[in-house]
Design a protein. Structure first.
Length: 205
């Protein structure tokens, strides 16, 4: 079990930590030319544009101005919402196994994700691992987004832990660094095989 000064609970990001998400998983079906797909995702349905969904804006509301700007891409823009679930390619087995192992040891686990509340239930349905989380802070529901320091402080208060008690796992370097600045321990998730060793090194497994 965790020793003195070690984290006592784990906070999980969702996308590309518990489940794999990539717009190209969908759009490579829509655009046969990879270069055309790249241009669309770089200039039309960009990740900056998508951020509004994580703030809680609906697909319908967010896409209307974009369709007005790029009417020639209306079908592809609508696909972002209408075919949203085709951007996912399943859960990450190493993370699922780690969550189950932590649960078996009685380690409290939580979620902290930039995600639309409109898609939350469908995301939870992708893996039983989500059922092991005691609570979650959701950007689209709770009105804050990573890497704003406020969301980490809010999560600590919500979960009832001091920052140093929490290990935060996220695939974004900016989110990881922001968590560390607030006082959380953090693991930058880049290689699923490195997850369990990181948990073991902290005495969590």
């Amino acid at each position: 079990m965790p020793g003195p000064g070690s984290p006592k609970a784990v906070v999980w990001d969702f996308g590309n930590v518990i489940v794999r998400w990539n717009p190209r998983t969908l759009y490579r079906k829509i655009f046969s030319d990879p270069a055309e797909c790249d241009r669309f995702l770089a200039h039309v349905c960009t990740l900056d544009w998508h951020t509004a969904h994580d703030r809680g804006v609906s697909f319908e509301e967010n896409r209307a101005p974009l369709i007005a700007r790029f009417p020639e891409h209306e079908a592809a823009i609508r696909a972002w919402g209408d075919r949203w679930w085709e951007m996912f390619s399943g859960a990450i087995p190493e993370t699922e196994a780690a969550i189950e192992a932590l649960h078996a040891r009685g380690v409290p686990q939580y979620g902290l994700s930039n995600i639309s509340h409109h898609t939350l239930d469908g995301t939870y349905a992708m893996s039983p691992a989500f059922g092991r989380l005691k609570d979650a802070v959701i950007s689209g529901r709770d009105g804050m987004m990573k890497p704003d320091p406020a969301i980490y402080r809010f999560a600590c208060q919500r979960f009832g832990h001091e920052p140093a008690d929490l290990l935060f796992v996220d695939d974004s370097p900016a989110n990881v660094e922001a968590a560390k600045a607030v006082g959380l321990d953090a693991h930058h998730f880049t290689d699923p095989a490195a997850l369990r060793p990181a948990l073991e090194a902290r005495g969590l497994l």
